[in-house]
Design a protein around this ligand. Sequence first.
Ligand code: SAM
Length: 156
Amino acid sequence: MKLMRECRPQACLELGTCLGISACYQAAGLHLNGSGRLLTLEGAPEFAAIAKKNFSQLGLSNVQVVTGPFQRTLEGALADLGPIDYAFIDGHHQEMPTLDYFGKICAQANPGAVFVFDDINWSDGMKRAWRTITQTRNVRHAMDLHALGICVYGVP
Ligand SMILES: C[S@@+](CC[C@H](N)C(=O)[O-])C[C@H]1O[C@@H](n2cnc3c(N)ncnc32)[C@H](O)[C@@H]1O
């Protein structure tokens, strides 16, 4: 939530909703900011349904869940959101999918977009993915917080 309050992103994307707990914190931050919207993607319909209920019970109308595999839903979510200011990648923790999602989101990220990756030290593949991300052109301020990695994209 603090990141949302500090960075004040408008178009926000999350990969991996699960029950919507992280989405609730992020959406609450946007709500306190007074602007911004979060689309969160989840493959399991049962989880997505619980997340929707959680958003509704908390009165969070600035977050929507899109159900289906990222491979199928990411493109539509990007088209819906437009230029991205913030992305939290917290699902499908494998090297190549992580790099693929990162590349697709970068392709329409606003300068200074903030990316957060969960579980960057969870496996050798995720360690390699994070290393590749930190060495990507125009990636700045990469921080390894052990469980989480945070970086800024699009600042030359
Ligand atoms: C670690 S959980 C997300 C936790 C959530 N961000 C939180 O902190 O409250 C990862 C979620 O990603 C979903 N997931 C994993 N791979 C996926 C894929 N390829 N497409 C869609 N959903 C996927 C899983 O079903 C799971 O609910």
